[in-house]
Design a binder for this molecule. Structure first.
Ligand SMILES: Cc1cc2nc3c(=O)[nH]c(=O)nc-3n(C[C@H](O)[C@H](O)[C@H](O)COP(=O)(O)O)c2cc1C
Length: 221
């Protein structure tokens, strides 16, 4: 590749949604750990990291979700790794919650005066700036954050030559019931955001389609 710009565009042109995996081909631990490290390093609003990632290796649970996770069946049948991306429950993201106290006081390292200001700012951001006043609007904002690691994971997989599938083709409530019942995560603190699969394809994929640049980007002077 001649220069870094061409390399970047090439990675994004080559990344595509994999629709069928070779069950014999596995992603190495080294590559998978890199993908997860990039997920961990992803940015989030206020830096609250309102997510968690669970590698689903339990065949019984995967078999149980198969009939209702219509967008994930190809992945369940052959992907090397399937990761569940979880989002924090709205009550964990209310100002002063145990989780926010933990991340703000023990992870974020702001000096006390700055921290006090940030806590106040979050309250007004939530209540008026972004109007996150219902459980639904708050959860939608929380789960939006998880699409940032999702995108980063897709990109880094493509950089490593790994095929991937982002997935939200499932009945979220039914999946939540199955995962909770099986103890995959604590429903007190998490809800499902998306699934993402990694592996190596077993087929040729269709040509990428996108609207032209002039349709998606303009300059306002
Ligand atoms: C958030 C999100 C959810 C998606 N859900 C599914 C899914 O459940 N199953 C699937 O096969 N593809 C799914 N897709 C893939 C899209 O259909 C695909 O990205 C789009 O058609 C563009 O094609 P490309 O990724 O090959 O460029 C999803 C994509 C995104 C970003």
């Amino acid at each position: 590749m001649e220069n870094v710009n061409d390399y970047i565009v090439d990675v994004f042109k080559k990344r595509y949604t994999c629709k069928g995996y070779d069950p014999e081909k596995k992603v190495s631990d080294k590559d998978f750990n890199t993908i997860m490290e990039i997920a961990r390093l992803s940015p989030s609003s206020m830096g609250f990291e309102p997510w968690k990632f669970v590698l689903l290796r339990n065949k019984k649970v995967l078999d149980e979700i198969r009939p209702i996770a219509w967008g994930a069946q190809a992945a369940i049948d052959g992907a090397s790794h399937i990761v569940l991306i979880l989002s924090r429950n709205p009550k964990d993201m209310e100002p002063g919650s145990e989780y926010l106290e933990y991340i703000q006081n023990e992870i974020q390292n702001y000096p006390p005066e700055e921290l006090a200001k940030r806590k106040e700012r979050y309250k007004s951001f939530q209540k008026s700036d972004f109007d996150l006043n219902t459980e639904r609007t708050l959860f939608d904002w929380i789960s939006k954050q998880s699409y940032i690691p999702l995108a980063n994971m897709l990109t880094v997989a493509a950089m490593l030559g790994i095929d991937s599938t982002p997935m939200e083709g499932f009945d979220r409530e039914k999946l939540h019931e199955i995962f909770s019942k099986n103890g995959v995560y604590d429903p007190e603190h998490f809800k499902i955001s998306t699934l993402i699969a990694f592996g190596y394809t077993n087929r040729t994929h269709r040509e990428k389609t996108r609207r032209p640049m002039e349709e998606v980007f303009e300059v306002f002077e």
